[in-house]
Design a protein around this ligand. Structure first.
Ligand SMILES: Nc1ncnc2c1ncn2[C@@H]1O[C@H](COP(=O)(O)OP(=O)(O)OP(=O)(O)O)[C@@H](O)[C@H]1O
Ligand SMILES: [Mg+2]
Length: 669
């Protein structure tokens, strides 16, 4: 089982004498160590798979690890492993310990936009930027495990003062809704483990060995959980790379790498130095770049994969030209090398950069998938359906109530809802419960109350049936019951309505499948969906041969044969806010992550001009390009005119077209 591992990797897999940190650069096999160690623990050390918990950064990474580990183990053992993200582990603990946390079993999980609108209601703040600042201040407090009272005792500026006021009310509101936000998924379990001795013992007994990937991006709350679960035994393996810490903006703290050494004096640190992913040239460029950052730990990284093709840089006139050029290069490269589309990835700093690339790929009829973009589950129509499901699971979820009761419209107007809200407020109960009280008959006229109660009974019936019937059947009945399809076609143009309806159908299929495969109840599925975050690729259950589009953040841990890093301009990467805020080092790490995703070839690009609002502005190439060293094939000075390469690409494309016409259709094209 360990024959295809090098000596330090093997050592890391076998080491069980205490806490272990594997500290190593990109592509050195850290994730592989985790996957193998899971199998090793079960097969060689007699661990019950249920007692092993592996924690990854995204649901997608968890899924991949699950697949690899299951492959190494026999079927059943593979399924019993706990492989999850910190957030899904948190949900699991909250479900099991709902009572201790003061939550009902069907508690709701609010997403970022729900949280934002609650903060907006409380603060009455209308300015978007200020609202975001409030939300992020509160989130930081929560991640530091501060209560509203503790936060209020250490105010630094005027924003703090306002945020502290909102924070208290925000927490009360969440509890009233029987809801938790994303930070709570980590914070509440951390608090429970820290304060309830029995509970801690129970979980330490259940999760006897922890493996944590991408450790450099844990925040203090997550570290708290690791520490508590691992206890004095320190039964864990953490792997990470300080040069790939890119989530400081979400409260992650590389210091946690150092804290590990402080908190576990017996910590064993193993370093891996051989990279198995990238050609030497790519690696050298990455190393040269990252050498500019202040070093936390000393690391070496080498590869014996051969020098590889030169890294190329091309300069485009503008974003459209850049996108067309990337699409064309991919088409011709693929044709020439007879590869697959899925060998190619286009990586960029911000989500908004995806659109032009999508357009260009679509024009070239090149299939693609986006990760890290607007999630499928963020679409309005999915959130509509989700509002019903949340309400079925949790009648106290007022935001879900309001969305569901008004979509589709049931002739229930704003005035009636306000009256109901006032009444519920006086009685300190949720909207759903309020409308069934006798008192509501005085607060609201019958013509308003009757449709509300009809709606409530509809939800109650679903809630009752959800205890025994399958998610698929319930969803079908729900959609029929509310006439959602008809409503969509009344609201939108036929084409738009159809797209939305298809999305809903896909959602129902996906939920149905999940329900059947994993044997999950409707309520459990509802909580699962809430966890699917921006970082996740749309999980359509099948792997298509498609070019991968991704933000740099979402590309962490992944690898692709051919990588295109686009938009390498000052203001984009490094991002303008980071330049102003003195956070260049984190941007450099982001660039490092991007470069080290590439296995065989790496292509860089930037634009001469870029549209900003209504004007076209000149752009400056990113400083990171120069920082990668000299070994980059740069364009000749007349960058904008078609280069020999551009022409070659065009010729190849014509050839491809001819081949297609001749009936020699290539797979995937
Ligand atoms: N000993 C080995 N022999 C052959 N291939 C290996 C070996 N170790 C790792 N690899 C391969 O090298 C690639 C990189 O490994 P892996 O993804 O585990 O690295 P990583 O350190 O987790 O990288 P990152 O920092 O980007 O997350 C994978 O394709 C993996 O299968
Ligand atoms: Mg990894």
């Amino acid at each position: 089982m360990l024959s295809d591992m090098n000596a330090p990797q093997r050592e890391a897999v076998k080491y069980l004498d205490g806490p272990l940190l594997v500290l190593a650069g990109a592509g050195s096999g850290k994730t592989r160590v985790i996957t193998r160690k899971i199998a090793y623990l079960v097969q060689e050390c007699g661990f019950d798979p249920r007692n092993i918990a592996a924690i990854t950064f995204t649901n997608k990474a968890a899924k991949e690890m699950q697949e690899r580990a299951s492959h190494l183990l026999e079927g059943r053992a593979g399924r019993q492993l706990n492989i999850s993200t910190f957030h899904s582990l948190g949900v699991k603990m909250l479900r099991a310990e709902a009572a201790a946390a003061g939550l009902k079993q069907g508690f709701s999980i609010l997403d970022a936009s729900d949280a934002m609108s609650i903060v907006s209601d409380i603060s009455k703040e209308t300015e978007k930027a200020r609202l975001r600042a409030l939300v992020s201040r509160i989130s930081n407090w929560k991640n530091a495990l501060l209560t509203p009272a503790a936060a209020a005792s250490q105010l630094n500026d005027e924003l703090d003062v306002q945020a502290a006021r909102v924070f208290e009310e925000y927490e009360r509101t969440l509890r009233a809704y029987q809801a938790v936000d994303f930070d709570d998924l980590i914070g509440i379990p951390a608090r429970l483990l820290a304060t309830d001795e029995d509970l801690l013992k129970r979980w330490q007994g259940r999760l006897r060995y922890l493996l944590i990937d991408e450790y450099q991006d844990t925040n203090s709350c997550q570290y708290q959980i690791v520490k508590l679960l691992a206890g004095h035994r320190g039964a864990f393996t953490a792997v990470g790379d300080d040069d790939q810490a890119i989530y400081a903006w979400r409260g992650a703290d590389v210091e946690n790498l150092r804290n590990l050494q402080r908190d576990y004096p017996k910590l064993n640190v193993i370093k891996l130095e051989q990279n198995y992913r990238s050609m030497q040239r790519i690696l050298t460029a990455a190393n040269t770049l990252i050498a500019r950052n202040e070093k936390l730990f000393d690391k070496k990284l080498w590869s014996d994969m051969g020098r590889g093709d030169p890294i190329t840089l091309f300069v485009a006139r503008d974003a459209e030209h850049e996108a067309e050029s990337v699409a064309m290069r991919i088409a011709s490269h693929k044709f020439e090398h007879r590869g697959k589309f899925s060998d190619y990835a286009v990586l960029y700093r911000g989500n908004h950069q995806a659109r032009v690339i999508e357009t260009a790929l679509r024009e070239q009829k090149i299939p693609y998938v986006i990760s890290g973009g607007q999630s499928f589950f963020d679409r309005a129509e999915i959130k509509d359906v989700m509002a019903y499901l949340r309400l079925v699971a949790n009648g106290d979820d007022d935001p879900a109530f309001i969305r569901a009761v008004t979509t589709p419209k049931r002739g229930i107007g704003g005035t009636s809802l306000e009256a109901l809200g006032r009444y519920a407020g006086e009685r300190h109960i949720g909207l759903f419960a309020a409308m069934f009280e006798t008192g509501a008959e005085h607060a609201l006229p019958a013509r308003a109350l009757n449709p509300l109660r009809e709606f409530g009974e509809f939800i109650n019936r679903l809630e009752w049936r959800a205890r025994t019937e399958s998610p698929r059947v319930l969803l079908e009945d729900l959609l029929r019951g509310i006439g959602y399809e008809t409503w969509l076609f009344e609201q939108f143009e036929p084409k738009e309505a159809e797209t939305r309806w298809n999305n809903v159908r896909e959602f129902v299929d996906w939920m149905g499948r999940k329900g059947e495969e994993d044997g999950k109840t409707l309520n459990e599925l509802t909580q699962t969906v809430a966890l699917i975050t921006m970082l996740d690729k749309r999980d359509d259950g099948e792997e298509r041969d498609a070019v991968q589009l991704s933000t740099l953040h979402a590309s962490k841990g992944l690898e692709y044969r051919h990588v295109y890093l686009i938009g390498l301009e000052e203001g984009i990467l490094p991002h303008r806010e980071s330049i102003d805020g003195g956070k260049i080092e984190e941007e450099r790490r982001l660039m490092y992550v991007g470069i080290t995703r590439a296995q065989r070839t790496l292509t860089l690009s930037h634009c001469e001009r870029r549209r900003s609002g209504r004007e076209l502005r000149d752009c400056e190439p990113s400083r990171f390009i120069a920082e990668m060293g000299e070994d980059i094939q740069r364009p000749k000075k007349d960058g904008a005119a078609p280069t020999a390469e551009d022409r070659a690409a065009r010729v190849a494309q014509l050839e491809a077209m001819k081949a297609r016409l001749a009936g020699k259709v290539l797979p995937g094209s």
